[in-house]
Design a protein around this ligand. Structure first.
Ligand code: SF4
Length: 428
């Protein structure tokens, strides 16, 4: 069977779809990039905003329109919270519950996952590596026990639960043996890893075990809620294989808004955490998520939030316009903000995000940093356009006669232009 897999939304969804790809291949099925070649589509949907649900529906319709013979299996947060909206879409034959997602492949094919057969995966990995798939997203945890008032994720993914440490270590070592250069640990609430076993510092233990027991050259952590981290956590970065990048979702820089969001942080705590992290990890990149137009957000609250984001000197910000999600406490709050005001605030914060990103990247002009080259985005008369990331998450572009994908090669950073820093690879 030829399977075409698509995902929307977060890195957790990406890691899940990567795992499904490996499982389909393990059973001898083929993953195809071209949807017109597929017998089956699997779509991992997202419901974080109105736009995400609309994009999920649009994708399913487009896939069905382009290939009338393929059946569609749908999973993910949107399918979980509104299955009736998915069921009516063309060619959808199956909806898989988020809690059953780990068994989606077995449900689609009707075959149990066989004992681990690596050979077909090794062949496939070589192909994927050549296409620039160099970073593996590894899901270590699912679900969340918090109750942020805007968040539909707790409704869609249930309570927190963690994967066994030894299983994750084995998976990462295996991913390295088949060519991956970087593993990114992901979870709905990564910082709560091990809390379901009453282990407060299990994430530190997991990171240490991966760094000790695997040879993966780079390890990166995805989003971490600020209240899960203590200053001692940053001692882990004594090991240079741990990427100097923290994504700490702030959501708002105004204490009053944060209280209504039921976020367990405030300006002072967040600021102290950032200072502690920067004191221990030189050249650290800190990125964040921000929501604009949360119910009751006044012009003054927004101005406070914007000023705080600027003061934090983030290296990047994802800006989201608040959208009412069914079943959440915020949806029932008073003081919903008009779409026009949300758009205006979003534009202001995105402009700030661009400035901060450029400012962070330009601090490294003239320096030579290791780059994991991930893909080729084009070609010129002078060579291939290679794109990659430094460990502190600066996007770098270099024109070079060779395809550099899937190698860690240092590069001298020059000027910032068009969302990336131009660089010159330093090859001995
Ligand atoms: S910490 Fe808050 S925003 Fe993050 S998944 Fe849990 S409830 Fe949602």
């Amino acid at each position: 069977m030829k399977v075409h897999l698509r995902t929307l939304g977060c890195r957790l969804n990406q890691s899940e779809i990567d795992t499904m790809a490996r499982q389909f291949q393990q059973q001898g099925h083929e993953i195809v990039e071209d949807p017109t070649q597929a017998d089956w589509f699997v779509v991992n949907t997202c419901a974080v905003t109105h736009e995400a649900t609309a994009s999920s529906r649009k994708l399913i319709r487009e896939l069905a329109r382009g290939n009338r013979d393929a059946q569609v299996t749908v999973t993910g947060c949107y399918a979980q919270i509104a299955p009736e909206e998915i069921r009516v879409l063309p060619q959808v034959s199956r909806i898989v519950d988020n809690l059953d997602k780990d068994r989606l492949v077995e449900q689609v094919t009707g075959l149990p996952l066989e004992s681990f057969d690596r050979e077909p995966l090794e062949r496939e990995a070589a192909v994927r590596g050549a296409q620039g798939r160099t970073r593996a997203f590894v899901k270590v945890q699912d679900g969340c026990d918090n109750a942020c008032t805007f968040c539909v994720t707790t409704v869609a993914r249930g309570a927190g639960r963690s994967r066994p440490l030894h299983e994750i270590v084995e998976e990462i070592q295996y991913l390295h043996t088949i060519g991956y250069q970087e593993a990114v640990l992901t979870g709905v609430h990564l910082g709560s890893y091990g809390h379901d076993w009453d282990e407060a510092h299990a994430l530190s233990g997991l990171v240490r075990a991966i760094l000790t027991d695997t040879d993966i050259p780079r390890l990166r952590l995805s989003s971490l809620e600020p209240w899960d981290l203590s200053p001692e956590f940053f001692d882990l970065w004594e090991n240079p294989r741990l990427c100097r990048h923290l994504h700490l979702p702030l959501q708002s820089g105004c204490d009053a808004t944060l209280r209504r969001m039921l976020r367990r942080t405030n300006q002072r705590q967040f600021c102290e955490l950032v200072e502690a992290a920067r004191a221990r990890i030189p050249d650290l990149s800190i990125t964040t998520d921000m929501i604009v137009g949360f119910p009751g957000e006044t012009d003054e609250e927004f101005a406070i939030s914007e000023a705080f984001a600027s003061a934090m000197q983030f290296a990047g910000m994802h800006v989201f316009r608040y959208s009412k999600r069914p079943g959440t406490a915020a949806a029932r709050m008073r003081g919903h903000v008009s779409e026009g005001i949300k758009k205006m605030r979003s534009a202001r914060l995105r402009a700030l995000a661009d400035d901060l990103e450029r400012h962070f990247a330009e601090q490294f002009t003239g320096e030579t940093l290791d780059v994991l080259w991930e893909q080729v985005t084009g070609a010129t008369e002078d060579g291939f356009v290679n794109v990659g990331y430094t460990d502190n998450y600066i996007r770098v572009r270099a024109i070079h006669p060779r395809v550099l994908s899937n190698h860690i090669i240092p590069a001298r950073l020059d000027g910032f232009m068009e969302q990336a820093v131009s660089a010159v690879p330093v090859i001995a």
